[in-house]
Design a protein around this ligand. Sequence first.
Ligand code: HEC
Length: 304
Amino acid sequence: MRIAKLALAGLAALAAGAIAIPALAQEHGAAAAGGEAEHAAAGGEHELLAPRGGWPHEDYFGTFDQNQLQRGFKVFSEVCSSCHGMKLLSFRNLGEQGGPFYNAAFPNPNDNPVVKEIAAKYVNQIPSVDPDSGDPVKMPAKTSDRIVGPYANDIAARVLNGGALPPDLSVISKARHGGAAYVYSLMMGYHTPPSGLTVAAGQHYNAYFAGDTAASWSGDPRLKPPGGFLAMAWPLENANVTFDDGTPTTKEQMAHDVAVFLAWAGDPKAVARKQMGAAVIPFLLLLSILVFLSYKALWRNIEH
Ligand code: HEC
């Protein structure tokens, strides 16, 4: 009797745990964000920007809008890929379930014609060796290739970017507090520097980049502008991406879409994982009921 009760209590606790874990995770996230906000406030910073429509993929059962992922990939490939790679991602990942170019007719993304075309026409080709001369050459990508950046190595990348290394963007959304909201804010945070702020040559003022403007600020130290300086010029300044779904090109739209695409890329299986969780909870509840009923049936005629 005691054992059966204990087992039941255990199962119930398991089910409750399954429900509580995401809640805890979110609380923790919120606490971290809160801590960040406090920290940021101390540095004279401000809250991250939020686009219209927000970040539905961050909700419990939130998913990605496939059109938005496609638009985001377009912004990445037409604008960002001239300096950044995403080498943890292969072209075929774009055609996997949940990805921007997933098509149920092609369960194997290597057969997906859109993915094949994207790989074959991708601007940054794959370094290879000429089989006849042995010379280094660049080859069009195959679906199995990684999405590489344009530079041969980090030294070349720094030389061409004023000493700064454009980071690989595969997991940038995971690597920065705020995730998609940070990428969006960084994209929208290129303001004209306030007078009194000296911006060094090759650097750009961004209200959301981590840093300290104190040393370059001639005004009241308590009023120093938020943000910092980075070597990346505003990539969206002259960007004019034509979206295939007819969505008008605005800076906000491009920033929003690329931020969502980078959030997907940093964790392509997030939606599948959430859906699995949603299926597991009713299963655990049902199992608890069945265990309870079998306990009742087994101990029916036994004095205990
Ligand atoms: C002309 C080259 C260039 C282009 C185009 C470019 N970037 Fe960058 N990016 C850089 C460089 C250089 C850095 C490093 C800046 C630094 O650390 O000072 C950087 C850094 C970043 C960072 C990291 C910021 C941080 O918190 O450390 C993000 C995110 C980023 N870029 C996103 C993008 C996105 C999204 C696009 C396309 C819309 C883009 N970049 C286009 C050169 C570029």
